[in-house]
Design a protein around this ligand. Sequence first.
Ligand SMILES: Cc1cc2nc3c(=O)[nH]c(=O)nc-3n(C[C@H](O)[C@H](O)[C@H](O)COP(=O)(O)OP(=O)(O)OC[C@H]3O[C@@H](n4cnc5c(N)ncnc54)[C@H](O)[C@@H]3O)c2cc1C
Length: 373
Amino acid sequence: MNFDFVIVGAGFAGCVLAERIANLLNKRVLIIERRNHIGGNCFDFYDENGILVHKYGPHIFHTNNKNVWDYLSQFTNWHFYFHKVLAVVEGRKVPLPFNLNSIDLLFPEHLAIKFAEKLVNKYGYGLKIPILKLKEENDDDLKFLSEYVYSNVFLGYTTKQWELNPNELDYSVTSRVPILIGRDDRYFQDTFQGIPRQGYTHLFQNLLNNKNISVLLNTDYKSIINDLKYEKLIFTGEIDYYFDFEFGQLPYRSLEFEFRSIKQPNFQETAQINYPNNYDFTRITEFKHFLPYNSEFTTIALEYPAKYERTKNEPYYPIPKKENDELYQKYWQLAQKLKGKVYFVGRLAEYKYYNMDQVVASALMLFNQIASE
Ligand SMILES: Cc1cc2nc3c(=O)[nH]c(=O)nc-3n(C[C@H](O)[C@H](O)[C@H](O)COP(=O)(O)OP(=O)(O)OC[C@H]3O[C@@H](n4cnc5c(N)ncnc54)[C@H](O)[C@@H]3O)c2cc1C
């Protein structure tokens, strides 16, 4: 069978491009997916108790990009949901990002008032300050506070998550953990936030609901690509794999999830509780908080960071370090030579710590480029 486009990977990058190409360009698309399902890392499924579980970790959609929100809203209704995260610090559960409410919960009143006043006077109410920036403070009280947050909230979690010291990681990662000088307990402050009302997998099914799109699951594209006739290839897998690891492997961090079904209405007070200082897992997610349910059971997932071993587990997070970026740039140079024939897009192909909205934006941008060629 002939195709105009072959797309490797049925995650957001692959499925958004398939939808645009099939609908707007009226071209025939084949998606090849290694896993036994569509949706990539956003795949969700109903477990034995009827609770929608995110197989590859909790996914909360949030964006300030109205174009992306409007685009996806054609394929799903949203359950309006604000994500709230607590961290266990010295045995107490405090809001994350660490904010003025967290300070109130952990320090005696006179200290909490002093810290809050100094933070507001120095930076202004409502601002977010990366913890590593606050650590550079000269003021004794703010220095004490920054050291406290660094060692009790940031260091343990980051070390468990990456098996690296925070200053070995790029600023893009460390700046993701700020102190919020305010009392907004939501984890994200984006304009648009939500969970697809019927789940992510349903959203993906809607994206792919077009007679121009065929999907082949359980197949590594390399096992079949030479037998196919097609014009162009869009690749959303690992870029180093595409080039047969010519310059060596790009490093990733992996995860393991331990799912537990419990016969009680709820396990914890929010969807996500982080454990920066205790246990081997980093966080516990309770999926029941994402959507409304009427069930006497609940499902939780304990999340353990893990070494990535090719063919044994999943490449979840690109590791944002200077030398890894330099290695990626070498592959990117090779990719440039295939311009117009092969396109690389998505978290694995671009080796970027993308959120869902950024991947969708990147795919929509690539579509505009393809459509104008
Ligand atoms: C634990 C975790 C939690 C996250 N939480 C959030 C969140 O709350 N909010 C948010 O916005 N983002 C979140 N993200 C990020 C989000 O998962 C990604 O932005 C998104 O999934 C990236 O989409 P993608 O299409 O680029 O990649 P993927 O979803 O990884 O899709 C790529 C697909 O390509 C397939 N593939 C790869 N190689 C081959 C091959 N050789 N042959 C065939 N198929 C192949 C893979 O199997 C995969 O299905 C989270 C990520 C993780 C890991």
